[in-house]
Design a protein around this ligand. Structure first.
Ligand code: SAH
Length: 489
């Protein structure tokens, strides 16, 4: 370095210090700043993860609260009106058992989760810091966390190794030493109505390894967080229940058929083609792509999703091992109580014996952050986005990243609407949200070297109760674009 440093010389540096010594000092300060920044980010991540764990742990209480509200309304009925719906008291009892069963599933899922970071770290000591960091709220609202790659079902794949070298996070360091998935005891399976609720609290053991599951550490969480847990339960049906098959046929099948026809000779190749699925949700699409003969990697940044997908992908032992009641949280648009209270068995396939291709992995972290690393450039034969591109603050950045990571001649298959997630963030006026029309999305894509090969509209639902009187439909864009040439920007 030749320029002189502007940082104040610490005491140990004499007035006659050479430029090299001074820049070494500056480097030291820089390193310290980066180290503190990293620690702060970890503390923020721990805070965010604690909040997500709390949301899961609060599920039974929040569901019970709703139920009590319904009971209070019922009690306000006149005796004559009550007599017209005599089965209501029984329905409440049944609902309570359903909540217990869902809670049992959630608790088992949490028990299998190994937090990738030390959850006890806090933000003390950072309040006065001048560090340049993202506001806490952003972390919490976006559920963002450090990038970290986690092998799924298999070990020792090339892609896993790449991911490892790419992100030096605790989770990866643990990868190689991770114990094999725990065996579930028999009574952990077929959880239907076996889970006991002790009043409003979860009734469970908690060993030292999972101190964070101690209810006393549970912070009170906003209702919006518990709502996310309910969303996850609906997502489980979409990805892992027989009931979700229709939706998967609408959304995942066109993508799988397209991949199948675009890579006809993949089995003959010494290395299978690689496919990345950003915003992988609960992982079913990424798994299906793996089973089709691709080295498939899902990328996901929500711990809500990651905790659940990891549980199903790595810990499910048999078909229909678990029972959940996904539709109990709303009384609206029900054709019958039996519809509302029907059990759903998961998973509808056993992931470990589904026929995955070696190298299947799930990579945690923000898509733009993780895949803008230089080692990712030109790495992928295919990128598949399903209900993902509208999650961007800046969709142009997503398109740019997809173009960058694809090989020349690689394909981008997309299915989804443009329901921009940050379009209506009331109270967060500074939240960036670029909301391009479909026409503009395609125009921007062409600037990044994409040529459209297929383009049509697919009518589909998203996490919709198939027996509900309300069926929201999307007219989703479905396209295949090919990256024609490398773009230098
Ligand atoms: N593809 C799945 C999930 C769609 S929902 C399906 O079709 O069911 C969109 C997903 O993208 C959510 O799981 C969300 O957590 C994830 N996501 C949003 N922004 C992301 C980002 N910047 N990086 C990685 N994942 C992201």
């Amino acid at each position: 370095m030749t320029e002189t440093t502007t940082a104040q010389a610490p005491e140990t540096v004499t007035a006659g210090a050479t430029e090299t010594e001074m820049s070494r000092e500056r480097d030291g300060e820089e390193e310290e700043k980066i180290r503190r920044q990293k620690k702060l980010e970890e503390a923020l991540e721990a805070k965010s993860l604690r909040r997500i764990m709390s949301a899961y742990l609060n599920y039974p209480e929040a569901a019970e609260e709703d139920l009590k509200k319904w009971e209070r309304s019922y009690r306000k009925l006149s005796p004559a009106h009550k007599a017209l719906v005599p089965h209501y008291a029984l329905k409440f009892q049944r609902l309570r058992r359903c909540i217990s069963t869902n809670s049992y599933f959630i608790f088992n899922m949490l028990q299998s989760f190994e937090p990738p970071i030390d959850l006890s770290q806090d933000l003390d000591g950072y309040e006065d810091s001048n560090l340049d960091f993202a506001p806490h709220e952003k972390y919490i609202l976006d559920e963002r966390h450090d990038s970290s790659c986690q092998p799924t079902l298999t070990n020792n794949s090339t892609h896993e190794e790449e991911s490892k070298s790419m992100h030096d996070s605790e989770l990866q360091k643990k990868d190689t030493n991770d114990p094999p998935p725990k065996n579930h005891s028999d009574d952990a399976r077929n959880n239907d109505e076996r889970y006991d609720c002790d009043g409003d609290h979860l009734n469970h053991d908690h060993g030292n390894a999972h101190d964070w599951l101690d209810p006393s550490l549970q912070t009170h969480v906003p209702l919006v967080d518990v709502d996310k847990v309910r969303c996850i339960i609906r997502n489980i049906v979409r990805d892992w229940a027989a009931e979700g098959q229709r939706e998967r046929d609408q959304c995942y099948k066109p993508i799988l058929d397209e991949l199948d026809s675009l890579f006809p000779d993949r089995q003959k190749k010494s290395t299978p083609p690689s496919c990345l699925v950003p915003g992988a949700g609960l992982g079913r699409l990424a798994l299906e792509i793996s089973c089709l003969g691709f080295i498939s990697q899902g990328n996901e940044f929500s711990y809500y999703m990651m905790i659940c997908s990891s549980f199903i992908l790595n810990y499910a032992q048999v078909l229909n091992e678990w029972t959940i009641y996904p539709w109990i949280h709303s009384n609206c648009n029900s054709l019958s109580d039996n519809d509302q209270l029907r059990p759903v068995s998961i998973p509808d396939i056993h992931p470990a014996s589904a026929g995955i291709t070696e190298g299947f992995s799930m990579c945690g972290g923000d898509f733009v952050e993780v895949y803008n690393e230089s080692c990712q450039a030109g790495m992928w034969d295919a990128v598949v986005t399903c209900f993902f591109i509208d999650t961007a603050h800046n969709i142009i950045e997503y398109i740019e990243t997809i173009s960058k990571i694809l090989k020349d001649g690689g394909v981008w298959i997309n299915l989804g609407p443009l329901l921009y997630h940050f379009a209506d963030t009331y109270g967060h006026d500074n939240e960036m949200s670029i909301e391009l029309s479909l026409e503009d999305v395609k125009r921007v894509a062409s600037q990044y070297g994409f040529e459209i090969e297929k383009d049509r509209t697919i009518e589909t639902t998203y996490t919709t109760n198939p027996r509900s009187m309300m069926q929201n439909r999307y007219y989703a864009a479905f396209w295949t674009m090919r990256k024609k040439c490398a773009i230098t920007t």
